[in-house]
Write a protein that binds this ligand. Structure first.
Ligand code: KG4
Ligand code: ZN
Length: 361
């Protein structure tokens, strides 16, 4: 039997699906009490992408201090915590395993209910945080209402989902190849910018002309499906043409031949076209399904250009969550954990919960 505090519920969220080791305490699914994120990104930059073994080793080293810090920042002891929520998929196997085994052990030691969280669903729930005791957060003052259209744009996912209610949604469409964040990262690499590429492309794009190059948008069979592999290759062709090189020239050598203004024009044109692609489909889905609210989620949701284009084109006011809650964090996991607890969703077994690296929505 588990204890439940009547009224107020505090859930500890643990996230370790990629390179961030993160923990957070969220109260009642709307108030953020702490949000600690340790990233091993500095260790991966030299390789131009995440090295799974390095990420897993780093999770092991920092996960306990990160959790302790999250409890301390929330002014909590284990006595105050009503449950643990942990990401069990999708993500890197070794990385997920550290978070899941830690959460399982803590749930057993402290006799707490355990909630298994789908990372991508978790991203959506960052939008339900509307209050915090922490400084430096800009949150929406309104909770999303149902039916809710969610555009999920991250390093590994590009999806449109329609939520009728909590735990009652359908996927309208998704990326059939590269995710939008992955395409940002690859374009960044092509023009010599470090990983992760999205924020770097965003910065350089400010210096460039978004209409310098007209990039193709993929036509998909599924109305709400996406493809970013073709547009990414189109950017490679532009870079080759600008550098005066043929198709077989090594792509990683191109950046050395491009001027700063050529690179800025490539960054601006790609950003404009990739963002327009996801906004086009979001607007189409909005017109077809007439949702009561629209949310954006995942790392690319931090993009000011996405916020600008969507805000300009949507006929309904939209609010966005703090960019710090768009990239991977424990708060989104804790928030969804709170709703799982409130809605009496099935508990995970702390003795058997396994990871699901290719879990989908
Ligand atoms: O959600 P996330 O932290 O990790 C995954 O679950 O994949 O998303 C990371 C992705 C990376 O591809 C990164 O380049 C992209 O989000 N990203 C951005 C921006 N900030 C992060 N992409 C475009 N503009 C940004 N400002
Ligand atoms: Zn993520």
């Amino acid at each position: 039997m588990f204890k439940y505090t009547i009224g107020i519920m505090k859930i500890l969220g643990i996230e370790s699906s990629c390179d961030e080791t993160a923990a957070s305490v969220v109260e009642d699914g709307y108030r953020l009490l702490s949000n600690v994120v340790a990233s091993s990104m500095d260790l991966h930059i030299q390789y131009g992408g995440i090295v799974p073994e390095v990420a897993a080793r780093s999770h092991i080293e920092v996960i306990i201090p990160v959790i302790k810090q999250a409890l301390s920042n929330a002014d909590c002891t284990w006595e105050d915590i009503d449950g643990i929520a942990v990401t069990y998929g999708a993500g890197l196997g070794g990385s997920l395993l550290i978070g899941v085994l830690t959460a399982r052990t803590l749930a057993i030691i402290h006799n707490l209910p355990l909630y298994a969280i789908n990372h991508v669903e978790g991203h959506v729930y960052a939008n339900f945080l509307i209050d915090t005791t922490l400084p430096g957060y800009s949150l929406s003052d309104r909770r999303p209402v149902f039916p809710m259209l969610a555009l999920i744009v991250s390093g590994s996912h590009t999806q449109l989902a329609l939520f009728k209610d909590h735990f009652d949604y359908r996927l309208l469409g998704q990326a059939q190849d590269d995710a939008i964040g992955e395409a940002f990262d690859k374009v960044a690499r092509l023009i010599g910018l470090p990983y992760p590429g999205g924020p770097q492309v965003e910065k350089l794009a400010k210096e460039g002309d978004p209409n310098a190059f007209i990039l193709p948008k993929a036509r998909m069979e599924g109305k709400y499906d996406f493809s970013f592999s073709g547009p990414k290759t189109a950017v490679l062709r532009v870079a080759q043409a600008e550098a005066g090189k043929s198709y077989d020239f090594p792509s990683l050598k191109l950046s050395g031949l491009l001027s700063e203004s050529q690179k800025a024009n490539i960054a601006a044109s790609f950003q404009n076209s990739a963002i327009e692609t996801v906004v086009d489909k979001t607007i189409e889905a909005f017109e077809e399904f007439n949702p009561a609210s629209v949310v954006i989620a995942g790392g690319v949701a931090a993009s000011p250009e996405l916020r600008r284009q969507l805000g300009n084109r949507l006929s309904q006011p939209i609010t966005y969550t703090d960019p710090k809650l768009c990239t991977d964090n424990g708060a989104m996991i804790a928030t969804l954990g709170c709703f799982k607890a409130k809605h009496k969703q099935p508990l995970a077994d702390p003795y058997t919960l396994d990871i699901e690296p290719s879990l989908s929505m």
